[in-house]
Design a protein. Structure first.
Length: 320
């Protein structure tokens, strides 16, 4: 009756959130006095999971699962749960997993808690800490169903190495012919996706036009970051809607969020509030974003950002 964790991968490589959910699953398994079983779908090298407490891997290899399909993935995980007699399932809170989780909950007749940020505070009743009110507060939720599904919020729990012996088993569940099709397109093939980024560099209307986005992209490249934008920018067509972050766009829970020329409307702040460190560059000292920022620079972005890029390049060259 092991704890089951679905470890997400992209083109065969595990995402960071997969290792974070594995770390979380190991903690829950230790609390329950059991082991961790991971389900992988078309992942290349699964041996890395043993470093994060996974005892067993059910390896699914099927070209029909190359594209995310919520119905099919839920069927795969349901069959894995039935095989292992699982009572606790750990998912991430990625966009794909949020499509997947409700379908899985119905199939398993399970309770589902999303945006969980800490290990269960109690097993009887099963109680988890979650973000609430667009990350402005927390609540403690009880899952009273026999099977429980936990969605771990990105960058909330952390990575914890805990090396164990690993066994791998090929798993060939039956795959339905049809189902709910959901494909997430988060990035161009050569760019860091917003969902996976540790650092996000975001621009607003203060950049005055799409022709000035080069410095945002250059700063992101230097930092190994994803680029994002505010809603007005995507509405104006300066940037694609896939880069719009905020309450009505994509939520961001990066370790560092840099906002350039963004005033800080409440809807934008609600979508990025889970980011750990927020840096704001704006020439308006009364911009609302400064009240939410950890660090702020009052100044013209067209002067500040090029100097920041220059200093970062110098620092990287000196510490290469």
């Amino acid at each position: 009756m092991s704890v089951l964790v679905y470890t997400e991968s992209d083109k065969g490589t595990f995402k960071k959130i997969a290792l974070e959910t594995a770390s979380y699953a190991k903690t829950v398994a230790d609390q329950m006095g059991t082991t961790v079983t991971a389900v992988t779908i078309n992942a290349d090298d699964t041996s890395v999971l043993k470093n994060y407490g996974v005892n067993k891997v059910l390896k699914v290899s099927n070209k029909d699962l190359d594209t995310f399909n919520a119905q099919r993935y839920a069927d795969v995980i349901t069959q894995a749960c039935n095989k292992e007699g699982t009572k606790v399932v750990i998912l991430s809170s990625s966009a794909d997993s949020k499509y997947l989780a409700p379908i899985l909950a119905v199939k398993l007749n399970a309770g589902y808690a999303s945006n969980v940020v800490d290990a269960p505070s109690s097993l009887e009743p099963f109680t988890v800490k979650r973000t609430a009110f667009t990350n402005k507060a927390f609540n403690f939720s009880k899952i009273e169903s026999d099977v429980k599904i936990v969605g771990v919020s990105k960058n909330s729990y952390g990575l914890y190495e805990n090396s164990v012996e690993l066994t791998e088993e090929d798993f060939s569940p039956s795959i339905p012919e049809s189902g709910v099709h959901q494909k997430s397109i988060n990035k161009s093939s050569d760019k860091v996706s917003i969902a996976d980024a540790e650092i996000v560099v975001s621009g607003g209307r203060g950049l005055k036009g799409p022709e000035n986005w080069g410095m945002i992209e250059e700063l992101a490249e230097v930092l190994g970051a994803a680029t994002a934008c505010s809603k007005p920018v995507s509405d104006l067509g300066w940037r694609p809607h896939s880069e719009h972050v905020g309450q009505t766009g994509k939520p961001v829970a990066s370790n560092l969020y840099i906002a350039i020329g963004i005033s800080g409307a409440i809807q934008h702040l609600a979508g990025i509030n889970a980011s750990k460190v927020k840096v704001v560059i704006n020439n308006d000292p009364e911009a609302p974003f400064f009240k939410a920022a950890d660090y702020g620079i009052v100044g013209d972005a067209f002067e500040v950002v090029p100097k920041l890029i220059e200093k970062l390049k110098e620092f990287k060259a000196q510490n290469a």
